[in-house]
Ligand binder design. Structure first.
Ligand SMILES: O=P(O)(O)OC[C@H]1O[C@H](O[C@H]2O[C@H](CO)[C@@H](O)[C@H](O)[C@H]2O)[C@H](O)[C@@H](O)[C@@H]1O
Length: 269
């Protein structure tokens, strides 16, 4: 796989897109404790020194930044609905201070309202946790007894019925509420490529690594554009638009490390 990717990206600028949960950090029961290892952070920092690198997450941008803590990256939070460029230290920094894309701003009051209602509605379901991700809301059921999953889903649906402008999707033991706008991780990837000046380039090779259903939107865009490729992180075979797979965050780290070493060798660093 590694050699294939090097071969396919020959002569092209690699641009890295990384999901956070389940890709850079292992999946854990408590979403507030999904820390990435120091070693992973060092690897991602080195990666960002070699290639433009973005984190694309379902979490709100501030939260994912607090986990990753690297100023040299691009961050696309809330499933790509909140995008910001590096604050400092990126070689690709030109104009990025102003890079900010928030296509769902008008939904902020509605999302806040729904968040409050979901907290109220689900408070008697042991283990349920509602997370405010700014432009979207996550209702976690990883710690809910399996017998109560469908009741919880019904509680969420009963709140959602008053909000036709919001939609419900499912991730890894999480229900995700977000605006119906045509924006997703794939659109975020395209926005970032454009912002980096690669809109109509044939010599760019975007590599997107992710583990969840929302990452499929980005894998699909890469297939449609016939550009770069997606890598699914999964221990089990799944239907996917990604071209390759890695089993877990540790394998992602080894892959990123190999990319860094290859790049450093090439540039004689
Ligand atoms: O796009 P992502 O960065 O993968 O975000 C998707 C959701 O990730 C987080 O939840 C997932 O990870 C948690 C921590 O490991 C885990 O407890 C949960 O079951 C997973 O679904 C995040 O907390 C959610 O808000 C995101 O929607």
């Amino acid at each position: 796989m590694f050699e294939d990717i090097l071969h396919l990206s020959e002569g092209k600028q690699i641009v890295m897109f990384l999901d956070y949960d389940g890709t850079l950090s292992p999946i854990v029961d408590d979403p507030d404790r999904a820390f990435m290892s120091k070693k992973m952070r060092r690897t991602v920092r080195k990666l960002a020194n070699c290639f433009p690198t973005a984190i694309v997450s379902g979490r709100c941008r501030e939260k994912v930044y607090n986990f990753v803590k690297l100023t040299e990256l691009y961050y696309a939070g809330s499933h790509g609905m909140d995008i910001k460029g590096p604050e400092q230290g990126s070689k690709y920094e030109e104009d990025s201070k102003s890079l900010l894309c928030q296509p769902a701003t008008e939904f902020l009051p509605m999302i806040d309202e729904v968040y409050q209602k979901l907290v109220q509605k689900t408070k008697l379901t042991p283990g349920a946790q509602v997370e405010n991700n700014k432009f979207c809301v996550s209702v976690h059921f990883r710690r809910v007894n399996e017998n109560n999953w469908s009741d919880l889903a019904n509680q969420v649906r009963s709140v959602m019925k008053d909000y036709p402008k919001l939609r419900l999707t499912q991730g890894r033991k999480v229900l995700e509420v977000r605006p119906i706008i045509k924006w997703d991780k794939g659109k975020a990837l395209e926005f970032l490529l454009e912002s980096l000046g690669y809109a109509n380039c044939t010599d760019v090779f975007p590599l997107y690594i992710g583990d969840d259903r929302t990452d499929e939107d980005a894998f699909k865009i890469l297939r449609e554009r016939k550009q770069g490729l997606g890598i699914l992180v999964s221990k089990f075979p799944k239907e996917t638009s990604a071209s390759y797979s890695l089993q877990e965050p540790d394998e992602v780290m080894d892959f990123l490390q190999r990319l860094v070493e290859w790049k450093q060798l090439r540039s004689g660093a």
